[in-house]
Design a protein around this ligand. Structure first.
Ligand code: DSN
Length: 433
């Protein structure tokens, strides 16, 4: 049976969109560093009967009846997440990364409080205090950034000085456009020095942490860690909040102490911020966490980084300036405008025509506007899931550079054919265990 038989019979228009996307994903290469392919087991859970059920509350403490199986699956997800990330508690209900961050802020902050986070232009995320988000109407966001854009070195002295001056309630570490690693211990110490909660947003690198390829902030004094579940972690679209501390079930709000963070977070997610959890998504998260605990996933996580470093090397040798000079994780940020005279937006379109999907991205100190900045951001989580190695990575980076350099129809057409044959030779595996 085709998995979409019922959609095909009921709704030709949606069927055509789904099959179009299936072909696009099969024949092209996905280089957006926040995207990945999930296993069929994860997709089946997303299409399961759990989508029918309301289950406000938490396992053993729900508002509606009929919860024996929702409790079973949410407990599995919680316990697996705790083991994977060495956390004392996991709230697996956040619907997405923004929701997870907002719920974490609500758990600890009161309006007017200050958060110290990474400068957006230096790789921070929208929910870390972009003026376009509502969070900035409630809280005061102050910044730290790189001392040297060409090495990616963070100015930890400046960070400590800002923390002492601004007295943040949360010191936030995390990024969506920073290709290096952070000194988690140093940041946790800075938070401790000013009695702030140390919060990490590891959405981009959660899979690399789970696979042991990068360090875990929770091992270095962080109290709270938010993440999406669909990027390097290779699970369903969604998020979770991990924390250190004690979980209790008080009838009224517990005292605001760092030890009580797990309970404060649970109350913040529900009933504070969200309604009924999406149990089909939670079932899929449980499966993804099981997959991420296998030896094969460890290998995957290490290969993601090797592949990114192989691509970075080709770009550097080809004369393209990389922000931070290279990569220690899964992503690369290239100054294509400064190096090749093509804007990030034009580069994105050109490479898309050649079957390689990535995104335009601002770079630190960008002189161009955000909708057509100087940089492109790309990465290796999805292509590594397809089994591509360093040699393939070098070949893909070489094709990218040819397209960006020549920019003519013939080059784009040839590139598209080469990309298609690489993609078709490496179908997405149906299972990862
Ligand atoms: N949109 C995600 C990314 O691409 O990094 C973060 O929210």
């Amino acid at each position: 049976m085709n998995p979409y038989d019922h959609i095909k019979n009921e709704d030709q228009e949606v069927f055509s969109a789904i099959t179009g996307e299936e072909t696009r994903e099969a024949e092209g290469l996905e280089l957006i560093p926040s995207e990945n392919y999930v296993s069929l087991a994860v997709r089946e859970a997303m299409g399961s009967v759990f989508t029918n059920k309301y289950s406000e509350g938490y396992p053993g403490k729900r508002y509606y009846g009929g919860q024996e199986f929702t409790d079973q699956v949410e407990t599995l997800a919680i316990e697996r997440a705790k083991t994977l990330f060495r956390a004392d508690h996991a709230n697996v209900q956040p619907l997405g990364g923004a929701a997870a961050n907002i719920a974490a802020y609500f758990a600890w902050l009161t309006p007017g409080d200050t958060v110290l986070g990474m400068d957006l232009a230096h790789g921070g995320h929208l929910t870390h205090g972009s003026p376009v988000t509502y969070m900035t109407k409630l809280y005061n966001f102050v910044r730290y950034g790189m001392k040297d854009i060409d090495t990616g070195e963070i100015d930890y002295d400046e960070m400590l000085a800002t923390a002492k001056r601004e007295r943040p309630k949360i010191v936030l570490a995390g990024f969506s456009g920073y290709p290096r690693t952070l000194d988690w211990k140093k940041i946790a110490d800075i938070a401790k020095e000013v009695d702030a909660v140390a919060m990490a947003d590891v959405a981009h690198i959660a899979g690399l942490i789970a696979g042991g390829a990068l360090e875990n902030p929770l091992d270095h004094g962080f109290h709270v860690m938010t993440t999406t579940t669909h990027k390097t972690l290779r699970g369903p679209r969604g998020a979770m909040i991990l924390s250190k501390g004690t979980v209790s079930t008080p009838l009224k709000a517990p005292e605001k102490t760092i030890e009580n963070l797990p309970t404060l977070i649970d109350r913040s997610v529900f009933p504070g911020f969200q309604g009924g959890p999406h149990m089909h998504q939670i079932a899929a998260k449980a499966i993804a966490f099981k997959e991420a605990s296998t030896p094969a996933f460890k290998e995957y996580a290490h290969q993601v980084i090797k592949n990114a470093q192989a691509m970075a090397e080709v770009f550097t040798t080809g004369g393209v300036r990389l922000i931070t000079g290279g990569t220690d994780n899964h992503l690369i940020l290239a100054d294509v405008y400064g190096s090749l005279g093509i804007s990030g937006g034009e580069a994105e379109l050109l490479l898309d025509r050649a079957g390689m999907t990535l995104n335009k991205n601002s770079i630190a100190g960008d002189t161009r506007k955000p909708f057509d900045p100087s940089g492109i951001r790309f990465g290796t989580p999805a292509m590594t899931t397809r089994g591509l190695n360093e040699e393939d990575s070098r070949e893909i980076a070489t094709i990218m550079l040819e397209v960006l350099d020549k920019r003519d129809d013939e080059t784009v057409k040839n590139a598209k054919e080469r990309v298609r044959s690489i993609a078709l030779a490496h179908p997405v595996p149906e299972s990862f265990v």
